[in-house]
Design a protein. Structure first.
Length: 315
């Protein structure tokens, strides 16, 4: 049974979109879907329009399905009007609110008896492995463990990139049922995964010139700034998780196994664990998050932002 009001929050757009599609399929009849599905955007919508839409009787269905995207961009006074009407909306429609801001959780916490909150955070290694398998299953494809690790490392911190890379691999593999590490290296390339380690080496040695050379080489191969930041962030996050596992009493071999680090990266990964302390990793991840936001909101030229961030990471 789908709750009448649902708040989808988190940074993982692909996972949110998949959940939204699943919800719509459960609520709407295919024959009347086009008539009962309504879309609003927070930076444009008026709360009264959403409320009126919910109150409109559905055509040939039990409920209307209303989606409000970018809830955090809706004017606060409009959100207040919408929140006041939540209990009434819940009686006659299915309302899905989408946001990337955790601040919205605080606002809607008092309404949790009406609102189901579903979060979409960065998935763990195990969750990424299951996601890869589930994405390949409809195509009747499997993937070798080495290939799965490599494609995950190449995608960095982005599930969207992971999905796109898997689609490329499915097409490339043709009639073959199994995707191999060689396929990943041929189609996606080893550059982003290998370069994340090379870039981390340069940062660890505080070698700004070498770090910039790695970045410029990646850019010359067509890599975007957000891809490079994503790959580096993913590597540093795994180093942070490695420290947590070591603190729990795990040995290096158990850490490598738990984080599914490819054999070709094992020695470098262990050297980076020794090289970077937990506090330092957190500080560098904060810098990368700030740069990612600047790039995605067009506050500064992405190339300039990336180079400035890399130099700061080397200090």
């Amino acid at each position: 049974m789908v709750k009448p009001v649902i708040l989808l929050y988190g940074k993982e757009e692909y996972l949110k979109e998949k959940a939204l599609g699943d919800l719509a399929s459960k609520v709407l009849d295919e024959n009347t879907r086009v008539f009962n599905y309504a879309h609003f955007y927070g930076d444009e919508a008026r709360a009264r329009d959403i409320i009126d839409c919910a109150a409109t009787a559905p055509l040939g269905g039990s409920r209307r399905f209303i989606v409000v995207r970018r809830l955090e961009r809706m004017r606060s006074e409009e959100r207040d009007i919408l929140k006041d009407a939540i209990s009434a909306i819940a009686k006659c429609a299915c309302l899905v609110l989408e946001t990337s801001s955790e601040k919205m959780l605080e606002e809607f916490e008092p309404l949790k008896r009406f609102v189901e909150i579903i979060g979409f955070d960065r998935p763990s290694e195990a969750q990424r492995s299951r996601l890869i398998a589930s994405l390949l299953a409809p195509q009747k494809k499997s993937i070798t463990p080495d290939a799965a690790r490599l494609v995950s490392e190449c995608a960095g911190d982005s599930i969207d990139h992971l999905v796109i890379d898997l689609e490329k691999l499915v097409t490339y593999s043709g009639t073959r049922m199994t995707i191999t590490a060689e396929d990943v290296e041929t189609i996606i390339g080893r550059d982003i995964a290998y370069s994340a380690f090379d870039l981390t080496d340069a940062i660890g040695y505080k070698d700004g010139a070498q770090a910039l050379r790695v970045v410029k080489e990646l850019v010359s191969r067509g890599r975007r700034s957000y891809e490079i930041i994503g790959a580096l962030s993913w590597h540093l996050k795994r180093l942070l998780w490695a420290h947590d596992l070591l603190k729990q009493g795990k040995n290096h071999q158990q850490v490598i196994a738990a984080l599914r680090v490819s054999g070709r990266f094992r020695d470098k990964f262990l050297s980076h664990i020794r090289q970077f302390k937990r506090k330092e990793l957190r500080e560098k991840l904060t810098m990368l998050l700030s740069a990612d936001i600047d790039i995605k909101t067009s506050r500064i030229d992405e190339g300039v932002s990336l180079e400035m961030t890399v130099l700061k990471l080397c200090l």
